[in-house]
Design a protein around this ligand. Structure first.
Ligand code: NAD
Length: 349
């Protein structure tokens, strides 16, 4: 296996950026971690240390190892000054707003060496559009890590319209050297995993709305009836219903009615019930952890049928090259025991 780049820039020291920096440093890479204020940079650096400390406490790392990894991450509020020009790769993980990201890409394009690859951890913004903010669109790619990036093995490598095949391969190899499993995805709204997952969630919410089944019952039925480790209502609370509604709306605008959830998520957001983070949501603050008698096999069936249908569409549209890719992505990105096209993929072999 090839070795990781010797030096990398990570822009945005929030939840994702700090974890990505940690992953890169743990793989032996020198990382420059940038954010807009020293306070935010320090919070990101503290997060890198926290992950190391946890590993030490669990006996997985020695204290020396954790220290070595932490010192490989250098924080800055000025990438140029911190030596971004020596970085062969930059991963952007700032707030999910196109104009903010475009400005970052323009800046990175100016300060990074000509051969450097520019990657975005965006969950759904256009890689093509980000690439066109630079003079090197062929070297711009999506590297979509999953939360928490220090643990989750999947990275969607997203190819924009202008991304060169060599860049896709370079990004996939980078993901591997960071200990991750890359799945190559052609750019489309929602990319692969969020598209399949949110489609399935919408189907379950619609079915539950129609049947009137208690949410806890639906959650139990989905877990019992297939590979997902968590039911759709509990998962919605975990993701955050405002975040979910934002993604769902974008997908509904792109793909239409199959991303209709009968208004279920939006009603909760309007009422300020955002899931676990707000202490109230579908089940959070209501009946989380409880089980109720009943059966809603229909909602579970629709959940898995929708996931399989969306995965098939991705395959037909060339978003992924194989059913196996879709299966691996759902296993490693969502913790499913097997993918939505499991049986079909086996039959194909
Ligand atoms: P976050 O809010 O925790 O962190 C974003 C950071 O970017 C903040 O610290 C902010 O100060 C910084 N930032 C904003 N403008 C900046 C600038 N001009 N220069 C440098 N830093 C700047 O957000 P997050 O959850 O880490 O998400 C970051 C990206 O990762 C988004 O594109 C998001 O869609 C994507 N993502 C998030 C998740 C998730 O579960 N949170 C999963 C996969 C991908």
């Amino acid at each position: 296996m090839s070795s990781p780049p010797t030096r990398m820039a990570v822009v945005g020291a929030g939840l994702m950026g700090s974890e990505i920096a940690q992953v890169a440093a743990a793989a032996g890479c020198e990382v420059v971690l940038a954010d807009v204020s020293q306070k935010l940079v320090d919070r990101g650096l503290a997060r890198v240390r926290e992950i190391g400390d946890r590993r030490v406490a669990r006996g997985r790392w020695t204290a020396e190892q954790a220290e070595e990894v932490a010192t490989r991450v250098q924080g800055t509020t000025d990438l140029d000054e911190a030596g971004a020009s020596g970085c062969s790769v930059a991963i952007e993980a700032v707030t999910e707003r196109m104009e903010v990201k475009r400005a970052i890409f323009r800046g990175l394009d100016e300060v990074l060496d000509e051969e450097a690859m520019l990657a975005s951890n965006t969950s759904g913004l256009s890689i093509t559009e980000l690439g066109r903010a630079t003079a090197r669109p062929a070297q711009v790619v999506g590297l979509h890590f999953f939360n928490p990036a220090s643990v989750m093995r999947l990275v969607e490598v997203v190819r924009g319209e202008d991304t060169a095949e060599a860049t896709v391969e370079r990004a996939a190899m980078l993901a591997e050297t960071l200990g991750k499993t890359p799945v190559r995805v052609r750019e489309c709204p929602g990319f692969l995993v969020n598209r399949i997952l949110v489609r399935a969630l919408c189907a379950a919410y619609r079915a539950a709305q129609a049947s009137g089944a208690p949410r806890a019952v639906v959650d139990v039925a989905v877990v019992a009836g297939g590979p997902a480790p968590m039911g759709p209502f509990e998962l919605g609370d975990l993701i955050g219903l405002d975040t979910l509604e934002h993604i769902r709306r974008d997908l509904a605008a792109a793909y239409g009615d199959r991303f209709d959830d009968a208004g279920v998520v939006g009603a909760h957001v309007s009422a300020g019930r955002l899931g676990r983070k707000s202490g109230a949501g579908f089940r959070a603050g209501v009946d989380a952890g409880e089980t109720e008698a009943g059966d809603d096999g229909a909602a579970a069936e629709q959940f898995y049928a929708a996931a399989a249908d969306e995965a098939r569409r991705c395959l037909q549209e060339g978003v992924v090259a194989s059913a196996d890719d879709a299966n691996v992505a759902m296993r490693l990105g969502c913790g499913w025991e097997h993918g939505p096209l499991g049986a079909e993929a086996a039959a194909e072999r």
